[in-house]
Design a protein. Structure first.
Length: 285
């Protein structure tokens, strides 16, 4: 098992930028963050700077360690060059099958022949993407959780063609950046956490649609009765209703679940996407 020293993260959105930052904070890896959207790399660097400054202010990190971590991340608008020498490439683009498949096709052309290719998808199993790379034995899911610099868990999912060596290297990499890996021995839509979360969230929405209780009271019941730190509706608003809706549509298209609830569809169509738009199930004013 070779050490995954040179890491490339594709996609400098919220998840990709924080995966790159957490990797850099580990101090053992060279990190390249890739994005082709104008200004996105600059926005990612500014956001990571804010996260680091906050950690310094709270005494969780020294200023020297924060500066060193940020310097360890190299920005690139080109995927081919850094992928050619990478030991690990983590795809973290938008949660859309076609977009992710396109990245894996590019990696099949440009990535180091020994590089592990991982997808940060929260629901799309690696077997749907791996063949596009031409090297499915080197592909797996590495599903980090938002915010990556706070949440400890990473779900590693092996596909039907993923090698034992790939799984072992992926698990060790997660540990090396101070995160906790769990392994799905067989892939399934939504993996572990999202299958449980989706079941609870769907039931909460059915209760709301049926007029059995308000969103406020359902959230209180779950918080006080199940000891969740956040109720299902506040959690949906925090994560983004459009993301949850898209994932439910994708699951329905695979035949693994029902259509999204009507209440969710209406909110998304109205542009009420949760905290990021100021309104979702709740109004954040």
């Amino acid at each position: 098992m070779h050490e995954l020293k040179r890491v490339v993260v594709v996609g400098a959105g919220t998840m990709g930028s924080q995966i790159a930052l957490q990797t850099a904070l580990g101090g053992r890896h060279d990190v390249t963050l890739v994005d082709t959207v104008a200004g996105q790399l600059e926005r990612a660097r500014a956001q990571n700077r804010k996260l680091l400054d906050r950690s310094v202010e709270k005494g969780r990190l020294t200023k020297d360690a924060a500066d060193a971590a940020l310097k360890r991340i190299v920005d690139s608008k080109d995927l081919a060059a850094p992928a050619a020498t990478a030991d690990l490439v983590i795809e973290a683009v938008i949660e859309n099958f076609d977009a992710k498949k396109s990245v894996f096709e590019d990696l099949g052309k440009h990535a180091n022949e020994h590089a592990i290719l991982a997808s940060n998808s929260s629901t799309i199993a690696i077997s749907r993407l791996a063949d596009a790379s031409g090297r499915p034995q080197l592909c797996c899911n590495m599903h980090f959780f938002h915010p990556v610099t706070v949440m400890q868990l990473c779900e590693v999912v092996r596909g039907p063609k993923t090698s034992d060596e790939t799984v072992e290297a992926a698990m060790e990499f997660i540990r090396s950046i101070d995160r906790t890996p769990v392994l799905l021995k067989k892939e399934i839509w939504g993996f572990i956490v999202n299958r449980i979360l989706f079941a609870a969230s769907e039931e909460a929405m059915r209760l709301l649609e049926g007029g059995y209780a308000s969103a406020e009271d359902i959230d209180i019941a779950v918080q006080k009765g199940l000891n969740w730190p956040m109720g299902p509706f506040h959690l949906l608003d925090f994560s983004g209703l459009d993301i949850f809706y898209g994932a439910m549509q994708d699951r329905h298209s695979t035949g693994d679940g029902p259509e999204p609830p009507e209440v969710l569809r209406k909110l998304v169509e109205e542009g009420r996407l949760g905290r990021k738009t100021g309104k979702g199930f709740f109004d954040y004013g």
